[in-house]
Design a protein around this ligand. Structure first.
Ligand code: ADP
Ligand code: NA
Length: 331
């Protein structure tokens, strides 16, 4: 009954990193080639980024850098809708409406809220309502498929609950979205400094994260210092050798090779030499992306214009949804 529509949100809390790229952006690129232009929506969710303490000039910079980086990776505004959340007012409007359709206990038990609220003394209301805004992001575009990491599953379940609840009370209006959880196909990249964690923008240790905009020197240094173990040969076993396996995994992805090939070719190398090889491959793979990032960043006017066009396109869909919502609610 519902046409396939993909929605993805990405926070401009920091630079796009290798984990985002291998785990998410490369999949968006595949979808972009398979789908028609109005069926994939990518939203830079800046309103989510203000739920924790933040620095305004840095946020504004990060929004532009995120847009430039997504374009540099190959996200094509002619093939998908790329825009900044705060430019489309309907996100806040639907957030408010949905907030009456769920309960405080339901939000309080969400794991991400529990974890983040421990990091601040006085918990902002925005942090608490965050998953409702996330549901509004998805539902405004009547998205049917939402690619997310496993850590976001409960938030998607909340969005499903809100869609069902709305439909039940006011009549069928929203599809119940399906989370597209990344499979354990090795696209999950771990922090280079703490292999018990995934590589993340919010990692307090920036040395564990390779950003797509990093210079070759930074990449070399970060990989050189990546945690490995006391065995010097190269093998792949994520359970017993997570550090080396993480490098092998990254290496395989950026060279488009299989794990087996990469391990076989590294047979004669020790960890130190192998790290140099991985660093070279990552630098080589990211070079054209970095050049494109620089090109887009040098042309902010064009970047702003492109985002405004994206917001216009998003707004048309969002405003139509809000008309329907308000009609159903008697507003
Ligand atoms: P971050 O933790 O860096 O803030 P987000 O939560 O904004 O990342 O996630 C954006 C997208 O990138 C999601 O689809 C998520 O699954 C993917 N992603 C994030 N970190 C990784 C990682 N280390 N490995 C693979 N995919 C990742
Ligand atoms: Na995150």
């Amino acid at each position: 009954r519902w046409p396939r529509k993909v929605f993805s949100g990405i926070q401009p809390t920091g630079s796009l990193h290798l984990g985002n790229y291998l785990g998410a952006v490369r999949k968006w690129l595949q979808m972009q080639e398979q789908n028609s232009s109005d069926s994939i929506t990518i939203c830079i969710v800046d309103m989510h980024s203000i739920t924790m303490p933040h620095n305004p000039p840095m946020l504004r910079d990060n929004i532009f850098t995120m847009a430039a980086t997504l374009l540099a990776c190959g996200i094509d505004p002619a093939k998908c809708t790329l825009f900044v959340q705060s430019a489309v007012l309907e996100h806040s409007e639907l957030n408010w409406i949905l907030s009456s359709l769920t309960t405080m206990p339901r939000l309080a038990q969400l794991p991400q809220f529990k974890e983040k609220s421990r990091q601040v003394r006085d918990v902002p209301l925005g942090l608490y309502v965050y998953p409702v805004l996330q549901a509004a992001d998805i539902m405004l575009y009547k998205a049917t498929h939402v690619p997310v990491g496993i850590d976001q599953l409960q938030h998607i379940q909340l969005a499903q609950h809100l869609a069902r609840n709305f439909n039940g009370r006011y009549g069928e209006l929203f599809p119940v979205c399906t989370p597209v959880i990344e499979q354990d196909d090795g696209s999950r990249v771990l922090s280079l400094r703490d292999v018990s964690k995934k590589m993340s923008k919010s990692d307090p240790n920036p040395k564990g994260t390779i950003n797509l905009a990093d210079s070759p020197e930074q990449i070399k240094e970060k990989i050189k210092k990546a945690v490995t173990d006391f065995t010097s040969d190269i093998s792949y076993d994520p359970n017993t050798r997570p550090g080396v396996s993480n490098l092998v995994n990254i290496h395989a992805h950026v060279t488009n090779s299989s794990i087996a090939t990469v391990v076989e070719e590294a047979k004669t190398l020790d960890t130190g030499r192998y790290k140099e090889r991985v660093a070279d491959a990552v630098i080589e793979h990211l070079r054209p992306i970095r050049e494109q990032i620089d090109r887009h960043m040098a042309n902010r006017k064009e970047l702003s214009y492109m985002l405004e066009m994206g917001a216009d396109r998003a707004r048309q869909v969002a405003q139509q949804t809000m008309l329907e919502v308000k009609q159903r609610l008697g507003l």
